[in-house]
Design a protein around this ligand. Structure first.
Ligand SMILES: Nc1ncnc2c1ncn2[C@@H]1O[C@H](COP(=O)(O)OP(=O)(O)OP(=O)(O)O)[C@@H](O)[C@H]1O
Length: 252
């Protein structure tokens, strides 16, 4: 299968802190990968390198065949159009309607500033509505996004990412702000729609159980290094908890 993400010898330091200590990671098309590890182990920093939000001290980062480290300006923008991002805090515009927020996902492919729903091409509006329906919020299309619950806002953010027609989705703690039941339903949705559309996903998670239940491969980080990289079906919670122990561990 084709590599969607490939990092090689990725090193990133912040002063004395080594956030990524030489990471070699390959993610193939269609994989659903969780990055797990204790706070400060480098999960978010690694993820941020994949769409050029962070620049490595050394090493290579290739995403969708693009050399991210070397890409600048238009090349980087073109890559980011192919990569959907889902954030912990949803990042919606609360005063705009749900529909307008979803339509913003098409800004990269429909030119010119847009003021209001009717200024978007009809076909894009129909597509946005379809995605809203998929995330179960078609009936909320004209409600202010800020008035929705956290779980609903994350569903809108997922619909927005889908409208971008991404080949890769990067999700940074997508369910960390949600209660356990809502978190599970949002993970279910995210994994399902990525599977349906053939989208590769890499997400950071804090909950071992969610990674075990919903993702197909776990990459465990500790002190900026990959300490474990296995199909989820071969893992259990006891082994994963080893990543979080205070003494350095070799995960058996
Ligand atoms: N912009 C920055 N400036 C300084 N230090 C940073 C910066 N970004 C990350 N770090 C440091 O790099 C290390 C890795 O941080 P990172 O956020 O990648 O970890 P994480 O595993 O995602 O943690 P968490 O689960 O708490 O989000 C931490 O020690 C953090 O303090």
């Amino acid at each position: 299968m084709t590599a969607v993400v490939r990092t090689s010898g990725l090193v990133k330091t912040f002063g004395e802190v080594t956030a990524c200590a030489g990471i070699d990671l390959t993610v193939r098309r269609g994989e659903i990968v969780a990055l797990l590890g204790p706070s400060g182990s480098g999960k978010s920093t690694l993820l941020r390198h994949l769409n050029g939000l962070a620049r490595p001290d050394s090493g290579e980062v290739e995403v969708l065949g693009v050399d991210v480290v070397g890409a600048k300006g238009p090349a980087l923008r073109a890559l980011r159009r192919r990569v959907g991002v889902v954030f912990q805090q949803f990042n919606l515009v609360g005063r705009l309607t749900v529909m307008e927020n979803v339509l913003n996902g098409a800004l990269g492919r429909v030119r010119g500033p847009r003021y209001g729903i009717v200024t978007w091409p009809k076909s894009v509006r129909a597509e946005a509505f379809e995605h809203l329906d998929r995330v179960g919020l078609a009936d909320r299309a004209y409600q202010r996004a800020g008035s929705l619950s956290g779980g609903q806002q994350q569903r809108v953010a997922i619909a927005r990412a889908l409208l971008q027609q991404p080949e890769l989705v990067l999700a940074d703690e997508p369910v960390a702000s949600l209660d356990p039941e809502t978190a599970a339903s949002v993970m279910d949705l995210l994994v399902r729609v990525c599977g349906e559309d053939g989208i590769t996903m890499v997400c950071t998670l804090h909950q071992i159980e969610l990674a075990l239940e919903w993702t197909r491969r776990v990459v465990g980080l500790r002190l900026g290094e990959i300490r474990l990289d296995e199909p989820t079906e071969l893992l259990d919670a006891v082994r994963l908890r080893g990543l979080y122990l205070s003494n350095p561990v070799t995960v058996p």
